[in-house]
Design a protein around this ligand. Structure first.
Ligand code: CA
Length: 226
């Protein structure tokens, strides 16, 4: 069950949010001041903050800036119509979403759910092994590179998994074929090159400046953890 911290100085608005969020199964804490919310978040963190921009002590924007020094918790801003709408500023200082008053509390609850759902894979997915910028999850047959899930074919996955197993080691094409699980005949040896080529293209899409897969002419390939 996720816990939501609501920071809003108007009781009537906070009440509707507490009601809507509890109806969706969330637990809630309501505070009227930003300073108190920052202190609470530092000591017993909530899973998401709903932060009013116009608070009596410091603005929600300022509170979010301070929050970001120690927490990556998702933040939804509540902004007043006309006066405080500053989507760009809000998103620049690290908010995940914003809602303009007057709003539908059910709509806010739906956005809370959507943000927490988006967060879930990052925090729940078991990380099997981290090799530099690569995260290998053998059970799910997934590899993340710089935090991004690579869309790999089965052969590409096996290739990258093998290279990751012994970084800097030079693997011959034959050894890589073995790892991929294909018979090593002449035709397939060149096939490794085409798998490597498409693998490189996929890695480049994530980090265009890096070339982690090294070619060793006449020998084969190795992987650097960059
Ligand atoms: Ca206010």
């Amino acid at each position: 069950m996720s816990h939501i911290l609501i920071v809003e100085d108007e009781a009537a608005i906070a009440d509707t949010l507490v009601y809507a969020l509890q109806a969706e199964g969330f637990t809630t804490t309501w505070l009227q001041l930003a300073e108190a919310a920052l202190a609470l978040q530092a000591s017993s963190p909530a899973d998401l903050l709903i932060l009013d921009v116009g608070l009596p002590d410091i603005s929600g924007f300022e509170a979010c800036k301070r929050l970001r020094r120690f927490s990556e918790v998702p933040v939804i801003f509540l902004t007043a119509r006309d006066a405080e709408i500053d989507r760009v500023v809000g998103l620049e200082i690290g908010a995940d979403d914003y809602v303009v008053k007057p709003f539908s509390p059910r709509e806010v609850a739906a956005r809370v759910k959507a943000i927490l759902k988006r967060m879930a894979p990052r925090t729940v997915a078991p990380v099997e092994a981290v090799h530099g910028p690569f995260q290998l999850d053998a059970e799910r047959v997934q590899i993340h590179y710089h935090g991004q899930l690579l869309a790999l074919t089965r052969h590409e996955f096996r290739l990258l998994q093998t290279l990751l197993g012994q970084p800097e080691r030079v693997f011959s094409r034959e050894q890589l074929l073995d790892a991929v699980g294909v018979a090593a005949d002449a035709g397939y040896e060149r096939n490794i090159d085409s798998h490597i080529k498409s693998l490189r293209a996929k890695l480049r899409q994530v980090a265009s400046g890096s070339e982690p897969i090294q070619t060793h002419r006449g020998l084969g390939y190795s992987l650097r953890l960059i």
